[in-house]
Ligand binder design. Structure first.
Ligand code: SF4
Length: 479
């Protein structure tokens, strides 16, 4: 779909936003209060960003956030399906909502969207076992929420609108940001990598990149609106721009974003080692704004398992990249994802993974026990690893990763480094909490007036995975 059609679709949705707004105004006049909404977001940062857009549409229609799920007039579940049992959690919630509806909130409307609804079996389950759900849609058409709510009000049946795939990108959707000073920015959607254990390509579709101009104008608007940090989002940001005509490379896009005034910090995820270009490391090494935190999923250190996972890189390639990052980007934190217990994994394979852990010394790692995901090639693979063996390997890996993380974490103790203050501390309201550019958490004494500011902090003491810091005088003095 070209820009013209995308713009026409955006206008078409604006028509439904206005129809819904009229209906809500009428309703508000009758009831004396605006209808409320509650969004439950499961899964990754892509889902969190989608939920900000869904909240933006509801806000444009005239809904206001509900304080509690059970009292909301409209409840929306934005689902994840990466793990087999993620679905069970959603069904549990729907069961709870149905009893709430019956007991205390008969007018409640319920919608389910996101990755789980991209699976036909799950849509069938909702249709048959949860007939009280009002709207079902997927990941490709979240921009249609107002239209689907309009249909919910005009059609006396469950509204189901799930697209198998799309080449559409609808721009300029309203969004309600979770944080005033930082924001996720989608740069691309979908994934073409088909790692054999992963369901994402089946539920998020084929890769499609947003136009560079649209991304830059969104980030300029965010900067004008007080955002100092952006997180560029994509399943595989390193292949950004391949579908554009003419193609644009991810490093080129980063260079453009670097020029935008007001943006002080640039983060991005997720990178795939197979598409990581030397040019990207050049940009990282010369940038003043790109944060020195690089999340680079390894998954396994064994070439045999990497092949079975369809990851398209080798242990040596991964080590070479990690080595290059450490050599060229000062103080960089390299974090990763590792799967233990992939079908056919031997002790030798596992020791290859442990060898990478020893040599890269990750600042932290997300470690997962392999869980077969119906619909993926790996789910059909023979030779499952016995549970007790997997558990043993998982515990050995976790212990070593945490130990290394601890050893690496204190290296900046005593230094003065910039911290973006994000919240008042949850444990001690006399303190605030923020992050270094390498994503390490810092707690320091200070009040809410520091939130959203990048301040110089002396890192007094390392406490393992975070620091206790002290605001440097220059910033702390009143008047
Ligand atoms: S790169 Fe692989 S693991 Fe990541 S989303 Fe794509 S298929 Fe899944």
């Amino acid at each position: 779909m070209g820009r013209e059609e995308s713009r026409a679709e955006r206008l078409r949705q604006q028509y439904y936003i206005e129809r819904m707004r009229d209906a809500v105004l009428e309703e508000t006049a009758e009831t004396g209060r605006a209808p409320t909404y509650y969004i439950e977001t499961l899964g990754c940062q892509m889902n969190a960003k989608d939920s900000e857009k869904l909240a933006g549409i509801l806000d444009e229609i005239g809904y206001v956030p509900a304080s509690l799920e059970d009292t909301a007039d409209f409840v929306l579940y934005n689902t994840c399906t990466v793990r087999e049992n993620a679905n069970l959690k959603v069904y549990g919630h729907l069961g709870h909502l149905n009893s709430v509806r019956k007991k205390s909130n008969p007018g409640m409307k319920i919608a389910v969207c996101g990755c789980m609804m991209q699976e036909p079996d799950e849509v069938q389950t909702v249709r048959e076992k949860y007939p009280f759900v009002n709207i079902v849609f997927g990941t490709h058409n979240i921009f249609k929420l107002a239209e689907l709510m309009y249909r919910m009000r005009t059609e006396d049946r469950m509204v189901i609108d799930v697209w198998e795939g799309t080449d559409e990108i609808i721009e300029d959707l309203p969004a309600i940001r979770k944080y005033p000073f930082k924001s996720g920015v989608n740069i691309m959607y979908g994934c073409n990598n088909f790692c054999s254990y992963c369901i994402v390509p089946y539920v998020r579709g084929r890769e499609r990149s947003r136009d560079r101009a649209d991304i830059l104008s969104e980030i300029r608007a965010l900067a004008e609106d007080g955002v100092v940090e952006v997180m560029l989002l994509g399943q595989n940001v390193n292949s950004y721009g391949k579908t554009l005509d003419p193609p644009v490379s991810f490093p080129e896009l980063l260079r453009d974003i670097e020029q935008i005034d007001g943006i002080e910090r640039i983060r991005f995820m997720t990178s795939h080692p197979k598409d990581l270009s030397p040019e990207l490391i050049d940009v990282l090494a010369s940038s003043r704004k790109i944060c020195n935190h690089f999340h680079l999923p390894l998954q396994s250190g064994s070439d045999r398992i990497l092949k079975a996972m369809n990851r398209h890189y080798t242990k040596e390639k991964y080590l070479q990249i990690a080595g290059e990052l450490r050599a060229r980007v000062p103080g960089i934190a390299v974090t990763t994802d590792i799967i233990v217990g992939f079908p056919g994994e031997t002790e030798e394979d596992f020791l290859e993974t442990m060898d990478v852990v020893e040599r890269v010394r990750f600042e932290s790692a997300f470690t997962f026990i392999y869980s077969p995901r119906t619909g993926t090639p790996a789910a059909k693979m023979e030779n499952p690893v016995p549970e007790e063996v997997v558990k043993d390997r998982f515990n050995r890996l976790l212990a070593r990763v945490q130990q290394i993380g601890q050893e690496e974490s204190g290296r900046d103790e005593g230094r003065v480094l910039p911290v973006l203050v994000e919240t008042v501390n949850h444990q001690d309201s006399r303190m605030v909490t923020g992050r270094l550019t390498n994503n390490t958490v810092v707690h320091l004494y200070g009040d809410a007036s520091l939130i959203g500011k990048i301040v110089p902090v002396r890192l007094r003491e390392s406490k393992g995975f975070y620091y206790i810091g002290e605001l440097c005088r220059r910033e702390g003095q009143a008047g």
